[in-house]
Design a protein around this ligand. Structure first.
Ligand code: CU
Length: 506
């Protein structure tokens, strides 16, 4: 396979086709401007993914619900997939398949961006377990703006282990992408993230009007928070549901907002999976904390609910300082981080549906802590008025010695979120590209309302590190050599350079 060396590279498929593989599934994806009706009155200008299946089962793509989200991609473990991505956004872009373990040319690294009008071809095999993954753009300094304008979608992987459980499917599955947005008086999206001024055109992405440079800088350091809640591209939707068990697949697709999710009627959050697939056993929690980029797979049993009952998906109140604020009056959203929210209402009909019986064990995918794994300490730092990893700003192809690992090797990385000399503290969700990993330990920090909902029991690709905490994770790196990313998934932090490469192999 050709080695990715820089910006001259256009296609990840050439190397693959040269090896003689042919895909089971081929998709044509386009990212382009569009308009959707989100609020009463004028339509909202957005960017969105559209897709068609050009080879394989038509059920691979599920059309979105008429909003801005991209189609739901349903893949199966073992499938070879080709995606032809055409960029019509008007600016450079590239797509990252969040949570998938793929070779470097299929990972959507920002050095692989293609310009408006150009195409990038992805070829990869699905080796992941069944789980709730997603896709979104990853151009450097523009990820926050492009995701905010609508470029995101779910990618669901199935496998035999999941099949055997007979989990609720079809009408028994609720897909929920949680996002927040701000709108202006003309129903257009307002954004003032890290690089909002470059590349936005027309009515899209208008932002920052009336706010000074300092206020905008503070909002960027805090992460951009909206004041309207959307679920799967609909503003606070109501869904009619049956009296049955539902599988609710939740993605926090927001740029910066944290959620502490709970059902309004006191039903427990029965968690069966996290970012990277099923837990070994279900866990019953009062609430589920989801930081940007994270997913949760939960069951909701409505079989005993009365006809006409309403159950709301809520985010419980928590002190905004628990997510962390850098202060100095940066926040201008009237619905700050930690405000209690209603995201979605489920209205129970009289129709009775199937009830799921929970097995003792959901998954046999085991984890073993390796005491001999080398430990690397990664401080989350605030320097030069920017968030960074270990004091280093993102460098497109730069890698430090301690960021270089052998293919398939196992390491412990310890993310240290200490107070800095500026006195600024925030919770940071740290995402590693490549295989799913596990939390070994979580220590330090003070009382924090978000901790209650954090589930460290499963395979994850994004770990939240609360203010003052030290979180150690064990990672077995991909066998695919190349250049990959780790970064904060608060998109404004990522865009300002709280992102680094790691290299697998030398
Ligand atoms: Cu961050």
């Amino acid at each position: 396979m050709a080695r990715a060396s820089g910006l001259d590279l256009v296609s990840g498929a050439e190397a693959q086709t040269a090896a003689g593989t042919s895909p089971d599934v081929e998709l044509a994806f386009t990212a382009a401007p569009g308009e959707v009706s989100l609020l009463p009155g004028a339509p909202t200008g957005v960017l969105r993914f559209s897709g068609t299946v050009t080879r394989g089962s038509a059920s691979t793509l599920e059309a979105p619900n008429g909003s801005y989200l991209g189609p739901v991609v349903r893949l199966r473990q073992g499938q070879r997939v080709r995606v032809r991505f055409r960029n019509r956004t008007g600016e450079p872009s590239i797509v990252h398949w969040h949570g998938l373990d793929v070779h470097e040319l299929a990972d959507g690294h920002p050095r692989l961006v293609v310009n408006h009008g150009a195409e990038y071809v992805y070829d990869f095999e699905v080796t992941n377990r069944a789980g709730t993954y997603w896709y979104h753009p990853h151009p450097h300094m523009r990820t926050g703006a492009q995701v905010y304008q609508g470029l995101a979608g779910l990618l669901l992987v199935s496998d035999r282990e999941e099949d055997a459980l007979g989990l609720p499917a079809g009408a028994g599955e609720l897909l929920c992408v949680l996002q927040d947005r701000r709108f202006d008086a003309d129903n257009q999206l307002v954004y003032a993230g890290a690089a909002a001024s470059g590349g936005t055109r027309g009515r899209r992405g208008r932002g920052g009007a009336g706010r000074g440079g300092m206020a905008q800088m503070m909002e960027t350091m805090n992460g951009w928070i909206g004041d309207r809640m959307l679920v799967s591209g609909r503003v606070q939707p109501t869904r009619d549901v049956e009296r049955r068990t539902y599988r609710v697949r939740l993605l926090n697709g927001s740029n910066a907002r944290f959620y502490k999710l709970a059902w309004s009627d006191g039903s427990p959050m029965v968690v069966i999976g996290g970012d990277g697939g099923l837990l070994e056993r279900a866990r019953t929690q009062r609430a589920v904390t989801l930081a940007p980029g994270q997913r949760a797979d939960v069951l909701l049993d409505l079989s005993a609910h009365a006809r006409g009952a309403e159950v709301r998906l809520q985010s419980l109140a928590f002190p905004s300082a628990d997510a962390g604020r850098v202060g100095m009056g940066g926040e201008s959203s009237p619905v700050p981080q930690g405000a209690p929210l209603t995201l979605m209402t489920l209205r129970v009909s009289g129709t009775q549906g199937p009830r799921f019986r929970m097995p003792d064990r959901l998954s046999a995918h085991e984890f073993r802590a390796e005491a001999s794994a080398p430990v690397r300490r990664v401080p989350l730092t605030f320097t030069q008025m920017n968030w960074h990893l270990d004091g280093r700003v993102f460098d497109m192809t730069g890698v430090a010695d301690e960021e270089t690992v052998a293919p398939g090797s196992t390491h412990a990385w310890e993310f240290v979120n200490q107070a800095n000399p500026m006195g600024m503290e925030m919770a940071h969700p740290i995402h590693l590209h490549g295989p799913q990993f596990r939390v070994l330990s979580r220590s330090g920090g003070s009382a924090n309302a978000l901790r209650e909902g954090i589930n460290d029991a499963g395979w994850i690709d994004t770990v939240v590190v609360l203010p003052g905490e030290t979180v150690r994770v064990q990672i077995t790196f991909s066998r695919h050599p190349g250049l990959y990313l780790y970064h904060c998934h608060i998109l404004e932090h990522e865009d300002m350079g709280m992102m680094r490469n790691f290299r697998i192999g030398r």
